[in-house]
Ligand binder design. Structure first.
Ligand SMILES: [Zn+2]
Length: 262
């Protein structure tokens, strides 16, 4: 597998990642399955708070592996605090993982349930100087994970991202994406599970405090279909739908998942 071409296909997919990225076989990999019976309620886990500046949103892009919204993180503009975290973490980007049909696509699995998609909001700890430095530290990154469930009351707030899809159809396309407050994507409940894990994409650094929200947000089947119109190939290549960009479950290896709720 050439260094630059990891992906989700049989020849460059998750089973091959460790060949170039040995960390992918580490002891704290993500995603994992959350089993309610093994979760430990921890009443020391306080609420988390996001304070996001809509002006920090910059661009939306298709990198051939996901659809990503990028934020200005040059200073403490859009930050996440509280919950299991110490200090303020800066929002850097959000992206999604989804399936080829509505019955799968999330990375984390809850008591055997897979959702249609999973949204990741990636924040880093500025005490480590820069994003690259944060990737090397166990408390370097905090990701809020939000599940997308196909239902009858679609989240209108997903509209903003979905209406840009046509502008970033192929790999390498990027479009301006300004004045966007990502906190509109949060569900009503702030209940969460938390554990220590990794990025679910190479190099799979084990620097992440996961904050997985219990309540999914609803999207429509049409909204999911729109996401699947993205192509993982470039403008002048035959279209290949960008779907099933999720990593399978990784071994828990004795890690404890804590819950903020009973
Ligand atoms: Zn992700």
């Amino acid at each position: 597998m050439a260094q630059s071409v990891w992906g989700y296909d049989s020849d460059n997919g998750p089973d091959h990642w460790h060949e170039n990225y040995p960390m992918a076989k580490g002891d704290k990999q993500s995603p994992i399955e959350i089993n309610s019976k093994d979760v430990r309620h921890d009443n020391s886990l306080g609420p988390w708070h996001a304070s996001y500046d809509p002006g920090a949103a910059k661009t939306i892009l298709n990198n051939g592996r996901t659809c990503r919204v990028v934020f200005d993180d040059m200073f403490d503009r859009s930050v996440l605090r509280g919950g299991p975290l110490t200090g303020a973490y800066r929002l850097r980007q959000l992206h999604l993982h989804w399936g080829s049909s509505d019955d799968h696509g999330s990375e984390h699995v809850i008591d055997g349930v897979k959702y249609a998609a999973e949204l990741h909001m990636v924040h880093w700890n500025p005490k480590h100087g820069n994003f690259a430095g944060a990737l090397k530290q166990p408390d370097g990154v905090a990701v809020v994970g939000i599940f997308l469930k196909v239902g009858k009351t679609p989240k209108p707030e997903m509209k903003r991202i979905l209406e840009e899809i046509d502008n970033i159809k192929t790999k390498g396309k990027e479009a301006p994406f300004q004045h966007f407050d990502p906190s509109i994507l949060f569900p009503k409940s702030r209940d969460y599970w938390t554990y220590h894990g990794s990025f679910t994409t190479p190099p799979c650094e084990e620097c992440i405090t996961w904050i997985l929200l219990r309540e999914p947000i609803e999207v429509s089947s049409d909204q999911m279909a729109k996401l699947r119109t993205l192509s993982k190939t470039g403008e002048n290549e035959p279209v290949k739908p960008l779907v099933d960009n999720w990593r399978p479950l990784q071994p828990v290896k004795g890690r404890i998942v804590r819950a903020s709720f009973k």
